[in-house]
Design a protein around this ligand. Structure first.
Ligand code: 3UK
Length: 509
């Protein structure tokens, strides 16, 4: 589409701030953190000063890679933007990663320097990389810290000349199994995601206040809590310590209008929502995992809002199938976001019509470019990105999630999608959360096993287990019911809110 054409020479961050300047947004609020609030002009000046430090003090060159580490806050946001504006490549990492995981990333991405929040330096110090330049931020009293060095430089900073298809971001997948995969994205990709989902589906506006949970190191958060708001002159609230309660409180206090988080967070918030004023919210976006109809209904009941479900992937940078408002069909993720096309591939790798469960394949302005990884040839086939999800299309072109391809449970010859059993269980009044996996079984190959967290006041007894089994049998085809029910205090999840099914299968977490 014509609006996705960008100049051949492009720096995505310079472009965002240039547009902000020309449109007169400089006095508007860009970022709201716990301790500070930055206007577009202030954020732009800070980004420029940090870029000077990177090029001048750290002597970084165009294309050098900078590992970033910090919780969601304005300074972390400014650092990511500065690395990109400096013509370098941002390699953001999740705050909870440990030294060994950081080492793997530093090695695979061949990073040239590290920018870290002072509070998270312990794991950086423990990395086995002597001589790797390290600069700490949020450490204002240290004479060697980033803030002290910034004081020696003035805005403006002129971005070095880069091509629209120069890499500016290497984002690592959370990877539930195996070595993490680095995905490369171009300057133009950062603008393209702003001009697809938020423009056509979310319909972001200048007076929006974005808020939510995904880390900026996760592309869901980088888009939703930084790039999308900056693209339209809106503001973003960045919160370091998040619980369902603190997010609800922040929505109320900041009068947030757009919320980004994962399904389980919405489910937990729904239970507490009556104590907060959520009248400012006009859209809530759910991504990261399949959105159960029961969760959609609970959040609608609590907030009055019809959620915007969207499937995205680190490989694709952001959301590519979604639906909002009157287009929502509960149970379906939606239709391809304008700019993207999608289809279902059958067992022979051919496009399948409605009613066939197959591999989801997508194409659009963004796509998978793994960093030196043989799995590239599995993800991109004939120009289609194969996300690893089993999906089904209906007669009206809506895409329905079924399961991760490698999580499909095969029991006594039947294919059973764990998500369908989870969906059924979530409608039971005693169930707070659940995860359904296949457990190896000598007779059936696999049996369906449910891991259930009960709501307060319900007993983890064999009677409850039986009641849940009967409940599922009455809602969906009886052969899908969980033959094994295990009660847990909580479910193992990643920092991005995804259930770690492999831990359920190993009975961990
Ligand atoms: C799953 C969903 C059903 C799906 C992401 C929005 O989650 C993101 O990226 P990841 O690389 O994981 C990708 C995989 O997660 N998934 C995500 N959203 C949905 N499944 N319904 C959904 N709505 O298996 C996908 O292949 O961690 C999400 C934006 C940016 C992202 N990186």
């Amino acid at each position: 589409s014509p609006e996705l054409q960008y100049p051949q020479r492009l720096n995505a961050v310079a472009e965002l701030f240039q547009v902000a300047l020309v449109r007169g947004w400089n006095g508007r609020t860009a970022l709201i953190g716990a301790r500070e609030r930055l206007s577009y002009a202030e954020l732009s000046a800070r980004v420029d000063r940090i870029a000077h430090v990177l090029r001048h003090d750290l002597r970084l060159a165009t294309g050098n890679r900078v590992l970033l580490r910090g919780a969601n806050c304005p300074m972390m946001a400014a650092c990511i933007l500065a690395v990109i504006k400096a013509g370098c490549i941002a390699v953001p990492t999740m705050p909870l990663l440990r030294a060994r995981e950081l080492d793997t990333i530093a090695e695979r991405a061949r990073v040239d320097a590290v920018l870290s929040a002072a509070s998270l330096r312990a794991e950086v110090d423990a990395m086995a990389r002597p001589g790797l330049p390290l600069l700490l931020f949020d450490d204002p009293d240290s004479p060697a810290g980033l803030e002290a060095r910034m004081a020696a430089h003035d805005a403006p900073f002129a971005a070095p000349d880069t091509a629209a298809d120069d890499v500016c971001l290497i984002s690592f997948t959370s990877g539930t199994t195996g070595v993490p995969k680095g995905t490369m994205h171009f300057h133009r990709d950062l603008l393209a995601i702003c001009d697809c989902f938020p423009r056509h589906t979310l319909r972001s506006r200048i007076d929006d206040v974005f808020i939510g949970t995904p880390p900026l190191a996760f592309t869901f958060g980088l888009g939703g809590l930084l790039l999308f708001p900056l693209r339209v002159g809106a503001s973003a609230v960045l919160i370091e310590k998040l619980t369902p309660e603190t997010l609800l409180k922040a929505i109320e206090e900041q009068r947030a209008t757009v919320c980004f988080t994962a399904p389980t967070f919405y489910r937990q918030m729904a239970q507490l929502a009556d104590r907060f004023d959520l009248s400012s919210l006009t859209r809530s976006v759910s991504a990261g995992e399949a959105l159960p109809v029961a969760t959609r209904a609970a959040w609608k009941e609590a907030s009055g809002l019809e959620m915007i479900d969207g499937i995205g992937a680190t490989e694709m940078l952001h959301i590519f199938i979604s639906a909002a408002g009157a287009d929502v069909r509960p149970g379906a993720t939606g239709k391809p976001v304008p700019g993207y096309v999608a289809c279902i591939l059958d067992a022979h790798g051919l496009p399948a019509g409605p009613g066939v469960i197959g591999r989801l394949a997508v194409k659009g302005p963004t796509g998978c470019r793994y960093l030196d990884d043989p799995r590239q040839r599995d993800y991109v086939v004939n120009g289609w990105n194969i996300t690893g999800d089993a999906y089904e299309m209906d007669e009206d072109g809506y895409f329905h999630y079924r399961s991760r391809l490698d999580d499909m449970i095969i029991s006594a010859g039947y294919n059973i999608a764990g998500a369908e059993v989870e969906e059924a269980l979530l409608h039971h009044p005693a169930v707070a959360e659940c995860g359904v996996v296949g457990r190896a079984d000598p007779e059936r190959g696999q049996v369906v096993e449910a891991h259930v967290v009960l709501k307060p006041g319900h007993a983890a007894s064999s009677d409850t287990a039986l009641a849940l089994q009967e409940f599922v049998k009455a809602r969906i085809a009886p052969y899908k019911y969980p033959r094994v029910v295990r009660f847990r205090e909580q479910l193992p999840r990643t920092e991005t809110g995804k259930l770690q099914r492999f831990k359920l299968r190993m009975n961990e977490g």
